[in-house]
Design a protein around this ligand. Structure first.
Ligand SMILES: [Mn+2]
Length: 387
């Protein structure tokens, strides 16, 4: 039996009062357990593992990404030591980019992380800019490409030649505006920013870049990740939204006092549709901070696909309306593949303060999803919004 462990949204920062990740000892111990378990073949860090500054209110004041990464790794030495132990025991680590660590697309940042985790051994740490696909088993992505304010225009190539974020999602501008203006002042400025963004997006430069990306980069990438070309083009199109639609959404969200439930689950249904017969049994995402397990609509496709969310280890927990599971943090997903067979099962787990593992949900390849936790777990802090 081969087990793949997926976890996301650790949001490890450089320490200090803005630090979102304070679970060092607990996560380090869990990773040590994985390292000692011969069944655990792969650990997937499914995005927003690090807060590297892209799209942050103070992005311009941040040090360059490699320096920031070293600061983060120094601030979380126990977690880093456990990741090194995983590599030493022969467990492969997959690092998938999220919107908060999109700087991992840069060669300098990648080699810095590779050096720290694996002394530069590129076979034991693999980087993925968008999708991690294991045919017949799972498709995993961070999920920000389905969030209108956090989707990158060309997620495979998000950086300029100086390794700074080239085409920041609209959410970066919004969070800076949110930082500078409050209440009544925010909305007119956000609307102006959206108008400027709409103008920029409809310009010929952006149109040429997108056309080039869809004609060349995405088909090549489809072959790399072993998905049909048209599927990858469809998945790319799902993430493209007009800034006017984003502002309309934000306005209606403000009117409903911040309720914007289930956008990622809705996107997961669309992803399942786009995959068609190429759908593996499990679709795993993070980003929403809401650990979850739900069967997706199969429509006319025969094979069931289950959506699993890895949740978060940060201080910003899920909104209860966003998950069918208890709204907790410190969660992860495991997918077990029995030798020589298809994926047998997947589960969502929670780590309690006393170190106990609780299975929150179990899913199999036939589309059966069982939510197991009847006990009440301490609910996490609820976030206003998650970027
Ligand atoms: Mn994210």
């Amino acid at each position: 039996m081969r087990r793949t462990v997926l976890l996301s949204d650790l949001h490890m920062g450089a320490g200090g009062k803005h630090e979102q990740f304070r679970a060092d000892a607990a996560l380090a111990a869990l990773l040590e357990d994985f390292a000692a378990d011969p069944c655990v073949a792969e650990v997937v860090l499914l995005g927003d593992t690090f807060d590297l500054g892209g799209g942050h209110p103070s992005a311009s004041a941040e040090p360059p990404a490699p320096d920031r990464l070293y600061d983060v790794l120094r601030a979380h030495a126990d977690v880093v030591a456990s990741l090194r132990e995983l590599v030493r025991q022969g467990t492969r680590i997959h690092v998938v980019q999220g919107n908060h660590d999109v700087e991992l697309a840069g060669v300098t940042v990648r080699s810095a992380l590779l050096r720290v985790l694996a002394d530069g051994d590129a076979t034991s740490v693999r980087f993925h800019p968008w999708l991690h696909h294991v045919p017949g088993v799972l498709l995993a992505e961070h999920g920000n490409q389905h969030h209108d304010i956090n989707a990158f225009d060309t997620v495979l190539t998000p950086l300029a030649s100086d390794d700074r974020v080239a085409d920041e999602p609209f959410g970066g501008q919004l969070s800076r505006l949110r930082h500078e203006h409050r209440g009544a002042h925010l909305l007119p400025r956000a609307t102006q920013a959206a108008a400027r963004e709409a103008l920029r997006r409809s310009g010929p430069r952006r149109w040429r870049r997108r056309r080039e990306y869809r004609q060349h980069a995405l088909p090549r990438y489809a072959a790399d990740v072993q998905l049909p070309r048209d599927v990858v083009l469809d998945l790319d199109r799902l993430g493209q939204r007009h800034p006017a639609a984003v502002v309309a959404r934000l306005l209606s969200q403000a009117a409903r006092r911040g309720r914007y439930p289930g956008y990622l689950v809705a996107a997961a249904h669309d992803v399942r549709q786009a995959l068609g017969d190429a759908a593996p049994p499990f679709l795993v995402m993070g980003h929403s901070h809401a650990a979850d397990a739900r069967l997706l609509d199969s429509h006319d496709h025969a094979s069931p696909m289950t959506y699993l969310n890895t949740g978060t280890w940060s201080l910003r927990g899920p909104r209860p309306g966003d998950t069918t599971l208890p709204p907790v943090t410190s969660t992860w997903v495991e997918v077990d593949v029995v030798d020589g067979s298809v994926a047998a099962c997947a589960r969502v787990l929670h780590l309690a303060g006393d170190g106990a593992h609780t299975v929150l949900a179990e899913a199999d390849t036939r589309g059966r999803v069982e939510r197991l936790s009847r006990q009440s777990l301490p609910a996490a802090v609820t976030a206003d919004y998650v970027t």
